[in-house]
Ligand binder design. Structure first.
Ligand SMILES: [Zn+2]
Length: 754
């Protein structure tokens, strides 16, 4: 078989056309032969409709002025979209929420010793970039949900400011207690930096964009090139979203006007110490005056100076004060009622709010989403009748903390848990390869969709291009073998960082995040320079990947909406969970072995013998060696899940093969919808009960980065062995529940297709 594939690869061009011909004859997964033919015709009509010119025009309109939460143009955009959707004949409305949204009142960063310097905290207008001069409407550079504070202290450079960096600081004998830390952007989600700094006793936190990460080290800077110039600043939220996203005052419930709210002092997601972001021209004088040890090589950025750690002699005064107002946010919701299964919902969303003009983030995703709706309105006029209800959302308030999606989904939680089949998200879009994150029951499905989308630059299916890209980037022979031999490309597990979070993590709804990227870099993220001028010069300037995104997401929505049986596939899901369990066992063993080795080196005197007596060096602390954990409950859960998966997939294959029996199987859909919910536990993850999904969560110390089987993984990482054992037991039971949910679907399928 493998040999056969290798030969095929040689003639890939000829054979891909051949494959395309055979693929078109094969019924779509979850469709009867007859319905599949009709569906393919509707989908082809759909994919011919999105126009790059419209996507460009949408961007010019939506990104014309700053449109952050609470700004006049944020509301204006929502109303314009509402009217546009109505003009297309669609049923649309705006749903509002009242959320806490602090905006800056006072901001100051000054070096008070050994020299004086006051940071500009200002992104200047650039003559050739017309919208960069809209000063009156731009939010100043700041980090939302930083607590107010006025502190003066010696400065310490902490690299990315993640937990490992503090271990390194401890080895160098540097303590941040009572200090202000300066961290560079990158390495984690930004909200992690002040959180970890505060845990280590720091009293203030400055975050800057080092030119190494998205500035001149990467390429020419704006406006000559796409990268961050010396004055560009990354705004952004620093709320502790790994605890719970959404409005800090209404955890777990919708922020409606009459909602019961926490006092500001009770809101746990606001930072413990003041935080402010700065540019590299503002950071350089602060870093230049640092003394103490030279930073380790991996910690050094690209500024023309020797990176020192401190503490001091740089002494910094940091002042942050906000207006702690509540603002109204505007979610635009479009409903296309289902003709056969109105109580089964396919939901699609992208946010519309930005930090400033936000042409890339989020309008490069929002504009194609609008174009999907325009295309649907055409199809509806031509007689397309989606079987399931389709709900399109343009979310507000994503940037401060996934506010629009979280508050909407919390408000409608009960109904969503009953009716939601899937949620499809996008955010920003660029040129290059299709990026797919998702819950793994959708892996086979989205692979099939990607096989039907044409790459605008290479004129091959985006699926094929992604496969070849994955091969080019694979790190090992095993990885390459996996990519070449597996029928479907693996999709990424989702952490957080966009509006899918509440759907996956809180409500257990099968979800995906789609977007193209990988070819156009840049450094304008969350700055005033993320605007139409930048996007139309340096990114998807002919908007053909905007069209590809509309085609991809729009096809996925249609195919889910019209299937006779929802095309969840549990093979890839169960196999992937099996890999997570393998990972956990390896992680536990590594923790065990590492502690043994470290303690052994302490006994041998390795650290004292190799420490340079002219430099300060502290040996690492002796570690408690991890006990052997009993993974049997997880292994047993996995075995049960495998057996259930096999039974379902066999029954499904039989029904699919028959061609007509799927039409009789409608009752199985309500069962299938519940299979993703079975991954939830009502008590949630340890110490963060908003996060209920036991398979996927953003890391408590990564923020965006995913932790799979998070309760077990984080307990092991943090050396909480009892908690790890308990969590293994719990998740083992969750896998058993998942097997029961799949069995219920199998029984239903077998009976109805008899
Ligand atoms: Zn975004």
């Amino acid at each position: 078989m493998r040999k056969f594939l290798a030969v095929l690869a040689l003639f890939s061009l000829t054979f891909s056309t051949l494959f395309a011909a055979t693929d078109a004859d094969k019924p779509l997964t979850g469709y009867t032969r007859e319905n599949s033919q009709g569906q393919r015709q509707w989908e082809q009509k759909f994919r011919a409709l999105p126009e790059p010119a419209n996507i460009r025009a949408n961007m010019q309109r939506l990104a014309a002025r700053p449109h952050h939460v609470g700004s006049p143009y944020d509301k204006d955009n929502a109303e314009w979209m509402l009217n546009t959707f109505k003009q297309w004949g669609l049923d649309a409305h705006i749903e509002t929420f009242d959320v806490l949204f602090p905006t800056p009142k006072q901001r100051l960063v000054e070096l008070v010793a050994p020299k004086k310097f006051t940071a500009k905290l200002e992104e200047p207008a650039i003559p050739e970039d017309p919208t960069s001069s809209q000063k009156a409407e731009q939010l100043p550079t700041y980090n939302a949900y930083s607590i107010d504070g006025d502190v003066t202290a010696p400065l310490v450079y902490v690299n990315y400011g993640v937990p490992d960096d503090y271990d390194r600081l401890a080895r160098l004998g540097v303590d941040v207690k009572g200090a202000i830390v300066i961290a560079r952007y990158g390495g984690s989600w930004r909200g992690i930096k002040p959180k970890v700094a505060a845990e280590h006793g720091a009293i203030g936190c400055i975050i800057y964009s080092d030119p190494n990460d998205d500035g001149y080290f990467e390429g020419d800077v704006f406006p000559g090139g796409p990268y961050r110039n010396s004055n560009g600043v990354q705004r952004g939220s620093v709320a502790d979203m790994p605890l719970y996203p959404g409005d800090p005052l209404t955890p777990g419930i919708g922020a409606t006007t009459d909602a019961k709210r926490l006092e500001l002092t009770e809101a746990k997601t606001i930072t413990k110490i003041p935080v402010l972001p700065i540019s590299y021209s503002d950071a350089q004088p602060l870093l230049a005056e640092l003394g103490g040890p030279t930073a380790p090589e991996e910690w050094r950025g690209s500024l023309p100076l020797t990176y020192h750690i401190g503490p001091g002699p740089s002494k910094v005064h940091l002042l942050v004060k906000a207006n702690w107002d509540r603002k109204t946010i505007y979610d635009v919701i479009v409903t296309i009622p289902g003709s056969q299964f109105p109580d089964q919902w396919i939901i699609r969303g992208n946010h519309h709010d930005a930090w400033v003009n936000g042409a890339n983030d989020p309008i490069s995703g929002m504009s194609p989403e609008m174009e999907e709706l325009r295309a649907y309105s055409e199809l509806l006029k031509q007689g397309w009748k989606p079987k399931r209800t389709i709900i399109y959302a343009a979310w507000d308030g994503e940037e401060p903390g996934l506010l629009g999606s979280t508050e909407w989904a919390e408000t409608h939680a009960a109904e969503l848990q009953q009716k939601a089949v899937a949620y499809i998200n996008s955010d920003s879009n660029s040129r290059g390869y299709l990026g797919i994150g998702g819950t793994h029951s959708l892996e086979a499905f989205i692979n099939d969709v990607a096989r039907d989308i044409n790459d605008p630059e290479k004129n091959i299916p985006v699926w094929q291009r992604l496969k070849l890209y994955n091969i080019s980037r694979a790190k090992s022979d095993d990885d390459r073998k996996d990519i070449r031999s597996r029928s479907n490309l693996r999709i990424n597990a989702m952490g957080s960082g966009s509006d899918y979070t509440v759907f996956v993590d809180h409500l257990g709804i099968a979800s995906m995040n789609l977007g193209y990227g990988g070819e156009a870099g840049g450094g304008i993220y969350h700055s005033i320079y993320d605007d139409y001028y930048w996007y139309s010069h340096f990114d998807d300037s002919d908007f053909v990947y905007g069209r590809a995104l509309a085609q991809t997401a729009g096809t996925a929505v249609m195919r889910l909406a019209d299937a006779d049986v929802i095309p969840f596939d549990y093979n890839g899901m169960t196999e992937t969970i099996g890999r997570y369990v393998d990972d956990l066992e390896k992680l536990a063993k590594k923790k065990h072995d590492d502690a043994l080795e470290r303690n052994r080196q302490l006994d041998e005197g390795v650290f004292s013998a190799t420490a340079d007596p002219r430099k300060k060096s502290v040996p690492p602390p002796r570690e408690q060696v991890a006990p052997y954990l009993n993974f049997a409950p997880l292994r047993n859960g996995l075995e049960t899940l495998k057996a259930s998966t096999d039974r379902y997939q066999q029954a499904f294959a039989k029904a699919q093969q028959d061609g007509s029996t799927l039409a009789k199987a409608a009752a199985v859909n309500t069962r299938l919808m519940q299979t993703e919910r079975a991954f939830l536990l009502p008590e949630g993850l340890p110490d963060r009960n908003w996060f209920k999904n036991q398979i996927y969560a953003p890391g408590f110390y990564t923020g965006y980065g995913v932790k799979t089987i998070p309760a077990v993984r984080e307990a092991i990482e943090q050396g909480k062995w009892q908690l790890a054992e308990m969590s293994i037991d719990k998740v083992g039971k969750v896998l058993q529940s998942e097997a029961v949910a799949i069995d219920a679907a199998t029984t239903e399928l077998e009976q109805s297709t008899k």
